[in-house]
Design a binder for this molecule. Structure first.
Ligand code: NAP
Length: 360
């Protein structure tokens, strides 16, 4: 069954000074896509082969290289973000640099009452607006001032160093969607940059240890419950590779259970063979939730409730519970499912169950 979505596993060979443990992040500094750079060049009539020299009003405060010539292409590809949503301040700059009364009026409306609807919720960028309003005369230098410095994106590492300490993998959903402003497609900067790399290419990346304690328990016999639908599976693949290596080495392991959810087993069940093999080998118990395979949408929290009898003894034994993925909807729903199980099993109030969850 075809799907128009794409998720990539990217294998990265680390430089010798980099190391990691399962659950760490890889920060990746992306590069703007050639098409995006071309849009800027076309709008300002520039040629990327040229050189520019940046001067900063606050000498020493700019993260960009100032006071010396740099290639325009380097600046546009590597150093600044080109599709961040316009702020109200940006809108005022556009208005200030527009003489055409018709365009000025439209921009003023967008900076005022229409800001939320036309700019914020549609993530309209300055570049989008400059293309929509050719009469706006924003100078290139001022445009540059509105562009934030390029920032790294963080991905959960989806491997364990026990499967090879000199490399890691990340699991990246390629963001390629209809633009919210209805004009063409929105391509995520970093995921498309990564998807476009060829074998052997270099990239700017570094391993990072997140502060949230997203690590396997120090005591390998402590039970663990992992909940990771979609690409939220990423760190758990690392955990399971780790446990598989430990098991192979004869380490005694506590019980582990993974709840994975996706749309359809034939569409986006990523890492299926590995997960099923680990389940067959006793590295973990595996429970799946498919949201678009039957009449009813089944989500990880539904399967959690179904599996209450098997997970409750793990919780009572002090299981470490991990949730990874969409923090907007899935995490609150999973939290509700877990606190409900806790409240019912312990016969306590919802507030006490919340306190238990918050204490974890
Ligand atoms: P996805 O494919 O959009 O969704 C995965 C599954 O979750 C689908 O079956 C979906 O069902 C279901 N779902 C939707 N709403 C839900 C809810 N309220 N509760 C439980 N399940 C729900 O997922 P994705 O695109 O891979 O995104 C996963 C999230 O993980 C993203 O927010 C991403 O930023 C985050 N993340 C990624 C990484 C990484 O390293 N790549 C690391 C950490 C977190 P429907 O059919 O209803 O859509």
């Amino acid at each position: 069954m075809p799907s128009d979505r794409s998720t990539r596993r990217i294998k990265v060979k680390l430089s010798p000074d980099q190391s990691y443990t399962a659950g760490d992040h890889l920060s990746v500094v992306p590069r703007n896509a050639p098409d995006l750079v071309r849009r800027v060049e076309n709008r300002f009539g520039l040629q990327s082969a040229g050189l520019v020299r940046l001067n900063s009003a606050n000498e020493g405060h700019s993260a960009l290289p100032t006071g010396r010539p740099i290639e325009l292409r380097t600046l546009l590809e590597d150093l600044i973000e080109l599709q961040s949503p316009a702020s109200r301040r940006d809108m005022n700059l556009l208005i200030k640099h527009t003489r055409c009364p018709d365009t000025k009026g439209k921009l003023e409306a967008m900076a005022g009452d229409e800001f939320r609807e036309k700019i914020q919720s549609k993530r309209t960028s300055i570049l989008d607006l400059l293309e929509e309003f050719p009469a706006c005369e924003l100078p290139f230098a001022v445009f540059l001032e509105t562009c934030p410095n390029m920032v790294p994106r963080y991905y959960s590492i989806s491997s364990s160093p026990k499967a090879g300490a000199d490399r890691c993998t990340i699991t990246v959903a390629v963001v390629d969607d209809i633009a919210r402003n209805g004009k063409g497609t929105y391509l995520g900067v970093c995921s498309n940059y990564l998807a476009g790399l060829k074998e052997g290419d270099s990239l700017h990346a570094a391993t990072r240890h997140p502060s949230a304690g997203f690590t396997l328990p120090e005591d390998p016999t402590r039970p663990i419950i992992m909940i990771g639908p979609g690409t939220g599976i990423a760190p758990f693949r690392g955990f399971l590779q780790d446990r598989a290596a430990d098991k192979e080495a004869g380490t005694e392991l506590g019980k582990a259970v993974l709840f994975f959810g996706c749309r359809h087993p034939e569409q986006d069940y990523i890492y299926r063979e590995e997960l099923e093999a680990w389940a067959a080998d006793g590295v973990c118990d595996l429970h799946t939730a498919f949201s678009r395979a039957g009449k009813e949408r089944v989500y990880v929290q539904d399967v959690l409730r179904e599996q209450r009898a098997s997970i409750w003894p793990m919780i009572e034994a002090g299981a470490k519970i991990y949730v990874c993925g969409d923090g907007g909807h899935m995490e609150p729903d999973v939290r509700r499912a877990l606190t409900r199980i806790y409240a019912e099993e312990k016969d306590v109030s919802a507030d006490e169950a919340d306190a238990w969850f918050n204490g974890m």
